[in-house]
Design a protein around this ligand. Structure first.
Ligand SMILES: Cc1cc2nc3c(=O)[nH]c(=O)nc-3n(C[C@H](O)[C@H](O)[C@H](O)COP(=O)(O)OP(=O)(O)OC[C@H]3O[C@@H](n4cnc5c(N)ncnc54)[C@H](O)[C@@H]3O)c2cc1C
Ligand SMILES: NC(=O)c1ccc[n+]([C@@H]2O[C@H](COP(=O)([O-])OP(=O)(O)OC[C@H]3O[C@@H](n4cnc5c(N)ncnc54)[C@H](OP(=O)(O)O)[C@@H]3O)[C@@H](O)[C@H]2O)c1
Length: 447
């Protein structure tokens, strides 16, 4: 374990020392930019569509770097930033859910006047120069960066665009899990969301019978980490979670969190036969939000994955255009794009830098030449909670070498205050919306 920590520290230093130098340079440039940027009435728009991990990372960098004559418009349908990392925990453990919705107010706190605007709205279509919103508003763009991510059902994501409704959705999941009628719970899909959720349910409600059902022979198979699987399986056993591998039951219609009614459980078809459950929670993965491109460049949507095809410069492309030069002013990155890297927030941050470099180059009349090369060890590294205070950090490099570090001192709120700080707001301003029911009380305290 000590040597694993040393290896991780060594890797981090090798990466972050030069990166830290770049960060310092960036800070200095941002200060200078604040003094030199001038708002102009006819500034051209760089529109970032999607204000989650990837889109916000890009918007924050654009406000530090765009030259006079350009400005950033962030279009996002949510009233608040949805801090998804904590959704599985806050869908089980009551009392924290309101902190997972972070106001956008702090995003451009230090930005020069006039460089940034945030439009709350849903984009419904694109032309080659405009983003059209459901309200009918049209936003002109000179450059467009698509960071529309993916759809997932509760508890990975909420449907509501408004914070209070989002809190209510998470509370409804807490209530379904807590309910005395939910004795036998099936979590379907043992990706990161399913594993985090199942281990939290069993940790905070040890009397529930929890079954984790997965389609493959390895949990979190997309990370290809056999060692991670070998660590997780005994943890599940110790928590008394029943793990069924190589099972792909057809789910009842509805998806997300599905409760049976007393006397009428939900039935899953397993290899051993039909099995009744009181509550079935589907954690079966993502569907990319790529439809927005369907009329403008339909060939840029992958027929296999529905993700947006991109060149290494992260400019959108059709399958035929992948290898040639491109003057397209539309980029896609983060979970919606077929970029070859991990579907993790950190990958979105690094991709945002590539998009930024290329937009700035093109503004200055140069071709887009920065290219994205995934760094799996950093961008794909995962901090996976395994119930309460227990978590594991796992990083796997492209040469299959890996690092696994176990920690049992995690905070129950998963350090949500740090997320607020990163978004430029103080968590003290977080107020819970009024409960619509009596607060749950019988979750088991851990720590
Ligand atoms: C439950 C959960 C926990 C996770 N935990 C971690 C973790 O601990 N660490 C980690 O690195 N990664 C984690 N991930 C993965 C990480 O969250 C994703 O990789 C990341 O969210 C991708 O960011 P994104 O900005 O590309 O897309 P998304 O987060 O999917 O965001 C897309 C945004 O675009 C907006 N949008 C979409 N379409 C429109 C439209 N038409 N008009 C207006 N707005 C639109 C959406 O409202 C949304 O805000 C987790 C994922 C989930 C689901
Ligand atoms: N702590 C973290 O860093 C963290 C936390 C959460 C999520 N994430 C990231 O967010 C992304 C999404 O995670 P996710 O867990 O939502 O999705 P995911 O990684 O796609 O996992 C979902 C799993 O469910 C399986 N599945 C689908 N239908 C099934 C069925 N009917 N029966 C049984 N299994 C079924 C899928 O297998 P098939 O491929 O066979 O369909 C897939 O392996 C991932 O990149 C993940 O790493 C990270």
């Amino acid at each position: 374990m000590v040597s694993e920590k040393l290896r991780l520290t060594g890797k981090a230093l090798a990466f972050f020392v030069p990166y830290g130098g770049r960060l310092l340079m960036r800070r200095a440039t941002a200060v200078q930019h604040r003094w030199t940027y001038q708002a102009t009435p006819n500034a051209k728009n760089v529109v970032v569509l999607g204000g989650s991990y990837a889109g916000v990372a890009l918007a924050k960098r654009l406000v530090e770097t765009l030259p006079t004559g350009y400005k950033v418009v962030l279009v996002e349908r949510h009233s608040h930033f949805h801090y998804l990392f904590n959704f599985p925990r806050f869908a089980v453990l009551p009392g924290y859910e309101h902190t997972a919705f972070i106001p956008y107010d702090g995003l451009a706190k230090h930005a020069p006047k006039g460089i940034f605007s945030h439009v709350k709205g849903t984009a419904v279509s694109l032309t080659d120069s405009e983003v059209v919103l459901s309200s009918g508003e049209k936003i002109n763009y000179d450059f467009l960066a698509l960071a529309t991510g993916s759809m997932q059902s509760l508890p990975a994501k909420v449907v509501s665009t408004e914070r209070d409704e989002g809190c209510r959705e998470l509370r409804a999941v807490q209530d379904s899990i807590k309910s005395k009628d939910s004795k036998n719970i099936a979590v379907v899909g043992a990706g990161a969301v399913g594993v985090e959720l199942a281990t939290d349910i069993k940790t905070f409600y040890p009397d529930k019978n929890v079954t984790l059902i997965h389609s493959r022979d390895q949990v979190l198979n997309s990370l290809k980490g056999k060692r991670l699987h070998d660590y997780i399986v005994p943890v599940l056993k110790e928590l008394d979670i029943r793990l069924l591998l190589n099972e792909r039951p057809q789910l009842p219609p509805g998806g997300g969190v599905m409760a049976g009614v007393p006397g009428q459980p939900l039935v899953l078809n397993l290899k051993s036969g039909e099995e009744p459950f009181d509550l079935v929670i589907a954690c079966t993965g993502q569907k990319p939000n790529s439809k927005i491109l369907a009329t403008l460049v339909p060939g840029a949507i992958s027929q296999e994955t529905s993700r947006i095809l991109v060149k290494p410069t992260l400019q959108i492309c059709t399958a035929d255009e992948h290898d040639g030069p491109s003057s397209r002013r539309i980029f896609a990155f983060g979970d919606v794009a077929e970029h070859g890297g991990p579907r993790m927030a950190r990958a979105g941050y690094f991709q945002a830098e590539i998009v930024l470099d290329n937009i700035l180059s093109m503004i200055h009349g140069e071709p887009a030449s920065s290219t994205y090369v995934p760094r799996w060890d950093f961008e794909g590294a995962i901090k996976l909670t395994l119930g309460g205070a227990h978590f594991v950090i796992y990083s796997r490099d492209s040469d299959a070498s890996d690092i696994l570090i176990v920690n049992k001192d995690g905070k129950l709120d998963l350090d949500i205050a740090d997320a607020w700080k990163q978004l430029g707001v103080d968590i003290k301003s977080a107020h819970a919306p009024p409960p619509t029911h009596s607060p749950p009380t019988d979750a088991v305290a851990v720590n």
